[in-house]
Design a protein around this ligand. Structure first.
Ligand code: HEC
Length: 194
């Protein structure tokens, strides 16, 4: 009898825990889950697209004050950030020496962002042609494209060019230069079938 009671006493917490843990499992509920220790998980805040009566325009999201630059956002170097010189003309050559590391990185990024349109080997025959894109993407082995300055290429990626969309939101500045380093090495090697 005594040992039985002892065993029950020992098992009781296990049974209670199992019952508690199984509560509500697998059931759907529109109520938020019970949060025993909320810490600072739920705080009052304004969400990006939410309304805010405090400001005149009623928006929570604020635009930077004119003439101010957020920390780390100063982009003074025209050559590096825009592919242009002080007069606004495209720079003939990239503002850095292309390295093997850049070409490796560039090849990878090229594969992600340019291949769907410009083709695996850069001949302009990407998958997009099957989807009736209004204009065929440039062939990087055309004499005219080979002759484009690095600054012009950088600008095409950053701002888009005629029927090519801007990719600056997807590709950071460093990677854009890396892609150019890879395209230049492709052009030097000449068109090849992959
Ligand atoms: C959505 C398809 C698309 C993607 C993605 C794309 N391009 Fe293009 N690109 C085009 C088209 C189309 C043209 C031809 C534009 C025209 O002449 O109207 C073009 C033209 C160009 C040109 C020639 C610009 C000139 O002066 O004629 C360069 C350089 C170029 N692309 C580089 C790139 C690079 C580098 C990438 C990848 C980072 C890329 N493109 C990604 C569609 C694309």
């Amino acid at each position: 009898m005594n040992t039985k009671m002892n065993l029950l006493r020992l098992l009781l917490p296990v049974i209670v825990f199992a019952l508690l843990a199984s509560c509500g499992r697998g059931k759907f509920s529109s109520e938020p889950p019970v949060h025993l220790n909320p810490n600072m998980d739920n705080q009052e805040k304004y969400k990006a697209q939410s309304e805010n009566k405090f400001f005149e325009d009623g928006a929570s999201m604020r635009t930077p004050i004119e003439g101010t630059v957020a920390r780390g956002e100063l982009r003074e170097d025209d050559a590096y950030y825009r592919g242009k010189d002080a007069s606004g003309a495209f720079i003939p050559n990239a503002p850095m020496v292309f390295t093997d590391d850049m070409r490796i990185r560039g090849k990878e990024r090229f594969g992600i962002y340019c291949v769907p349109c410009h083709g695996v080997n850069g001949d302009g025959k990407g998958k997009i042609l099957e989807y009736k894109y209004p204009i065929p993407p440039a062939n990087f082995f055309d004499e005219r494209i080979k002759g484009l300055s690095d600054g012009h290429m950088f600008n095409a990626m950053s701002e888009g060019w005629l029927n090519m969309p801007s990719l600056k939101a997807q590709i950071p500045v460093d990677d854009r230069w890396a892609i150019i380093s890879y395209i230049r090495s492709l052009q030097q090697k000449g068109l090849s079938t992959p």
